[in-house]
Design a protein around this ligand. Structure first.
Ligand code: NI
Length: 151
């Protein structure tokens, strides 16, 4: 595995839209492994591919430090199928160190994605997992949490 460089606010890559992954190839699996390692090294709970300079619909998250009932997740080509409720909560971002703020997100979401094995999964998420998933999916559209502050 290898640590990847985390792109910081101001890097144009963070504002680009990403492309769907056509096939969960060995290269994509290696990317997810490296993204996990990079996220853990930075003590983050989520990381999206544009943050490491890759314009593909790939994200990793692991909110177990805040929700032990959760599990680490790789989401490839994620889609939000359902969203309901609204809750405000504090967010930060590995690409915007030292900045935090309250963002309104859906309280519950159901997400369809491919996992690391290329299998389609449908995940009902709540709490911090729902928040992080929405934050990371925003990254795949070039949206940063600071865009949503005060909304
Ligand atoms: Ni972020």
């Amino acid at each position: 595995m290898a640590l990847l460089e985390i792109k910081l606010f101001g890097c144009p890559t963070l504002r680009r839209k990403t492309e769907p992954v056509p096939e969960v190839s060995a290269e994509v699996k290696t990317l997810t492994d490296n993204m996990y390692e990079t996220m853990y090294e930075a003590e983050g709970i989520g990381l999206a591919a544009p943050q490491v300079g890759v314009l593909q619909q790939v994200l990793v998250m692991d909110v177990t430090p805040q929700d032990p009932s959760s599990t680490p997740m790789v989401l490839i080509n994620p889609e939000i199928l359902e969203a309901d409720g609204q809750v405000s909560g504090e967010e930060g971002c590995l690409s915007i160190p030292g900045v935090a703020g309250d963002v309104k997100r859906a309280e519950h979401v159901c997400i369809r994605a491919l996992d690391r094995d290329g299998q389609q999964v449908e995940l009902p998420l709540s709490g911090i997992a729902a928040r992080v998933a929405q934050h990371e999916i925003d990254h795949l559209d070039g949206i940063l949490f600071v865009d949503r502050l005060g909304a």
